[in-house]
Write a protein of this length. Sequence first.
Length: 429
Amino acid sequence: MRNPLYLTQLKRDLDRWIAAGLVEARHREAILASAGEVRLMQSLPAVLLTLGVILIGFFAMSFVAANWSAMDKLPKLLILFGAMGLAYAIGARLIARGRGALGQAFVLLGVALFGVNIMLIAQIYHIRAHDPDAVRLWALGALGAAVLVPSRPALAASLVIAGVWSWMEVVDYDAAVHLPHLLFIVAAALVVQAFAWSTGLHLVMLSLVFFLVLNAEALRALFGLSWLGFMAALCLLLLTGWAKGQVLERFGYPFARLVTHYSVFLLALTLFLLQFPEGPGTAGLGLPLLGGLGALALALTGAGLLLGRVSLLELVGAVGVVALAIGLPLLVPGDDRGAGLQWLTAAGVIAFYVWMVTVGARTDDRFLVNWGFVGFGAEALYIYFETFETLLDSALFFLVGGLLLIALGFGLERVRRRIHPQGGTEGKA
């Protein structure tokens, strides 16, 4: 099944093409069917079946819990392993007979029962161990089920459970950089690639973002960076991801565009946050790390230029990001900057958003265009707040702010319509 956003856009395009006489109306449904549209009435039974299986699972767990103390160990173990094995067996059988939706629901039930079994067996035998280890075992079991069945829902569940495991290690047990979680994400990414599952790649990318946020302080301390230096290193890492995506797209990697979009979006956000450098710690600049990441990003961008995937404009933008990310920590002592450097940073951030819009227009990439506009508008508002913050308690602040928003909205919409003259209101990300 295609991405729902793609199908929505395709429906709008078809209606416009039919109105213009480019496509016959009688071909509309056939085109949508070939694109993988699933109607509500086709998908509703699968949803209801899945919910029914989940409710039965809750009933089984509640029944066992209510009678748990009255059972001997052997009946307990038979119930636990029997229920889990039955769920997996039914799921595999249904999938083999072409009942994929219901079969996947039973596989997901088996994953849930596997987690319950771990907790209850630990209770039966009074096992006292490191609590996150049980969740780690659960995540590995879910990933194993995803590979063996194969099962996309089990793969998604494994990533969520792994996130809970990492949270427990870092927050509850004060782990340093939780690298085992990163290794798990890499393993899941390989499975996603084997499944050719675009939605799964979204989950992998979100898991990576979660890993970075959860371990940010530990990573900063590990490399001896100030917060500004850490954010600069993150900018360079994301720029490297964008450049790598360009190279991969040249060789036909199916998820290259998705990698590029995530990298650019997070880079735009991180550059915006570079304007708020305050944070604990004023350790070393980490110039070897920043220099290495910058060199790698530019090398990959240069490779993209030689391969014909990157334009000279994009190379100039990459050089600008590297210069800003490395130069800012050098010029800012102890996470504190003067007014002149603040304006220079703001100018660099605005230039990057303009670069996003320009590159998006050149490559007909609405994602870059629309998020470039969003970033430009957010930066304009930030500059306004910083410039007129002394008027915050007066009516003039709101008057000028309202006029600025109206003018900015009209201006950005006019530019967007020029870039996508037939897009109208369709160019939403």
